[in-house]
Design a protein around this ligand. Structure first.
Ligand code: ADP
Ligand code: MG
Length: 700
């Protein structure tokens, strides 16, 4: 091992209060009590917490920490933190460093300005944060970060972490029931694991600072197509530029210190686009780590004079950024429940979990769609760069054929003609299907996990994981309720699997998701196609979905309604900010450029004409008249956008408002953009002060 790699091994997790540190530093009984809390989710006694806190503080201070913060994930989608210092007066004019068990396990951020969809105003004004001991504390920027859940005093979740933990519980509970039926009495917990792949853009900071749209909206609101975009596909997996590679190194280093197994980094399809993926971990840890990755991408970029764009669609006409959530479920004894096994019995179990996921995705397509709905993601889904807004499952031809054979009791001809009997024959070994290379499927089985590919790059992954965990838990509950009554397990299991395949195979689609014919075919199959966020969100509050969440104690009815309102508000606010930014930029940059250039041309035409008749002026005149016509249109469309933005303010109903933003304001914005982009192509670069797409995308 080289010195550097030895150092990496030493530095990995060096800023994390992880199991190794706890074991080394905590008194044995305290360590045991804490482990029990972590493993079983039981309550942490205050005397134990006090010892943990004081040891944690000692460790943190040794590492240079002066402050601590309860770190949480409110509904805004970014993480929040409120820093307190460890400093306490000792009563004699000096300061001591203190950190109590109470301060560790519970915090009271003044959080009245976080969105709660009315939860806090109706129940209890204050919210509190509670340590999630299953996610390790860590040090960043001389601050001890304590991962927490954020609740109201009446116990209602105000964040994304609380329901995520609840959904993990629900899934574990139901999956364990299935495992008992198969005789696995040794398992105590089932965990869902997630490996998120994160895409992002990297541009020079100077470009960012010259584009108010990037600064306020995260995406460009104008920008003519560059002469060279991504059509040559020369960026994908291409050599990483020196500056970018230095940036990536530092991101890795920082993440490793925080115990994040950052692994793969490469260029993506679009110019200036990249991807980072850590090795998978348990859902809640993966969620915390993905938040850390997003934060660090931004802060490390700033140190390198760069800006990291996490928006789903920073540039029109150029592929946007997504996030793939690789998801699997496994036992605490290390069995991946989505991995085909070697014995008939294991395979019967695999098939049951597989068809449970198939049924869950089919029954709750609408909820999965809700979980990936946002103003930013509306630009990607169905736009031939990301999966369509229609949810379907890719299984690969081979596995699909096996399910067909099982359903119909026909011979499976893939590998010799065999009649397969559930629980009696072994599944043939089928290779991981590679026909899904084009990545057009929203939900793909990739050998021993599913890959959910509809997320936008800016998402907190908790939302989609909550839905996945809970809908699968729900189907497993239905299955076990039925099978626990069975007199002949093998026969009834077989019937159940066959029936489920028959009833839900419509959700399986192995073809090209970008093909326009798929939209028609999906409609014939009765699959839902919720195109935009306002189309999708009402599905959240459908009675069947509310009942499902309530049944598993993941959300209360009230929590769902408040979240639904927050999502609608977020959507409307986002479009409103974009519209205001757009109008501002047209007034401050576009109109002055257009006027100045027209003036220059008009002056030139006049002076040329005054010199005599035989000097041609057609070039200037034609250009001037073209620009003048566009300028006229620009004024009208700007006025229209302004009126639409004012008109929607009258609408009180939140869903109506979101719809109006999409139908009226978005449409007016798109129309305005078209003229601006045409003008950009005609106006001289001396007058056009906004950096162009070519400049931005080639700035690093
Ligand atoms: P790709 O072929 O899509 O580039 P990889 O096989 O490298 O993907 O995996 C992408 C992500 O999936 C990584 O974060 C990886 O750790 C994660 N992953 C691998 N196996 C599992 C699993 N069993 N459960 C959840 N995530 C997994
Ligand atoms: Mg992948």
């Amino acid at each position: 091992m080289s010195d550097n790699s030895k150092n990496i091994a030493e530095r990995f997790g060096s800023m994390v209060f992880n199991d190794k540190v706890m074991k080394e530093r905590l008194p044995k009984d305290v360590y045991k009590a804490l482990r029990k809390t972590i493993a079983n989710g039981t309550h942490l006694e205050l005397d134990v917490a006090n010892v943990v806190a004081s040891v944690m503080k000692e460790w943190a201070v040794e590492k240079g920490a002066t402050h601590f913060t309860h770190w949480f994930q409110p509904m805004t989608g970014v993480t929040a933190e409120k820093h307190d210092s460890f400093i306490m007066p000792d009563g004699e004019g000096r300061a001591i460093m203190e950190f109590s068990g109470k301060a560790l396990v519970k915090g009271e951020p003044d959080a009245s300005s976080f969105p709660s969809g009315g939860l806090r105003s109706t129940f209890e004004a204050r919210g509190y944060t509670a340590w999630d001991p299953t996610s390790y504390a860590f040090i960043k920027d001389n601050t001890l970060y304590i991962p927490t859940a954020f609740c109201s005093y009446s116990g209602e979740a105000l964040d994304k972490k609380t329901p995520l933990l609840r959904s993990m519980e629900a899934l574990s509970r139901q999956a364990l029931r299935v495992l008992r039926l198969f005789g696995h009495n040794d398992c105590k917990r089932v965990v869902s694991s997630v490996g998120p792949e994160q895409e992002y853009f990297l541009i020079d900071k100077s470009m960012y600072l010259k584009r108010p749209d990037l600064m306020y909206c995260g995406r460009t609101l104008f920008g003519a197509r560059p002469p060279k975009g991504q059509e040559m596909e020369d960026h994908y997996f291409g050599a990483i530029k020196n500056r970018v590679s230095k940036f990536m190194r530092e991101v890795d280093e920082e993440l490793w210190k925080l115990g994040v197994y950052a692994k793969t980094e490469h260029n993506e399809v679009a110019p200036a686009q990249h991807e980072i993926a850590p090795i998978y971990s348990e859902s809640n840890i993966a969620t915390d780590h993905n938040q850390l990755i997003m934060e660090l991408l931004k802060s490390v970029a700033a140190k390198h004079g760069l800006t990291c764009l996490l928006h789903e669609k920073p540039f029109a006409g150029i592929n946007g950024s997504g996030k793939h959530v690789n998801w699997s479920i496994s036992t605490d004894t290390g069995i991946n429940l989505l991995e085909p096994g070697d014995t008939p019995f294991e395979n019967a179990q695999f098939l049951l979990f597989l068809v449970a996921v198939i049924k869950a995705v089919d029954d709750y397509q609408d909820l999965l769609r809700v979980s990936v709905a946002s103003a930013g993601n509306d630009h990607r889904l169905g736009a031939n760069e990301a999966p369509p807004a229609i949810v379907s499952i890719f299984l690969g031809d081979e596995l699909t054929e096996i399910l067909n054979a099982l359903e119909n009791d026909t011979l499976y001809v893939g590998k010799g003609k065999t009649l397969m009997e559930i629980g009696a024959t072994v599944l043939p070994h089928f290779p991981k299907d590679t026909t899904d290379r084009n990545r057009t499927s929203p939900f793909a089985f990739t050998g021993n996990k599913f890959e959910f590919r509809m997320l936008g790059s800016a998402f907190n992954i908790a939302g989609p994981i909550i839905v996945l965990n809970t809908i699968v838990a729900d189907v497993l509950k239905q299955f076990t309720d039925e099978l626990e009554e069975s007199k002949d397990f093998r026969v009834d299991l077989s019937k159940l699997i066959k029936r489920t395949i028959k009833e839900h195979k419509r959700i399986i689609f192995n073809g090209n998701g970008y093909d326009p014919d798929w939209v028609k075919e999906a409609e014939r199959r009765g699959l839902s196609n919720l195109k935009t966020t306002p189309d999708a969100l009402p599905a959240f509050i459908r009675p069947k979905n509310v009942e499902m969440f309530v049944r598993h104690n993941v959300f209360s009815e009230h929590e769902i309604h408040s979240r639904y309102e927050i999502l609608l508000e977020n959507y409307s606010k986002t479009i409103n900010i974009e519209a205001l930014t757009m109008m501002d930029m047209v007034n401050k940059y576009v109109i002055p450029a257009v006027i100045a250039y027209q003036n220059e041309l008009a002056q030139l035409v006049l002076s040329k004409k005054s010199l005599g008749a035989d000097i041609p002026v057609s070039l200037e005149e034609n250009l001037l008249s073209k620009i003048a016509r566009l300028a006229d249109c620009l004024g009208k469309r700007l006025e229209n956008l302004s009126q639409q933005t004012i008109a929607v303010r009258e609408i009180k109903d939140k869903l109506e408002l979101a719809r109006a933003y999409r139908e009226k304001v978005c449409t007016a914005m798109n129309e305005l953009r078209l003229v601006v982009d045409e003008l950009e192509l005609l106006v001289s670069s001396r007058h056009w002060t906004l950096p162009t797409y070519t400049e931005i995308l080639n700035s690093v």
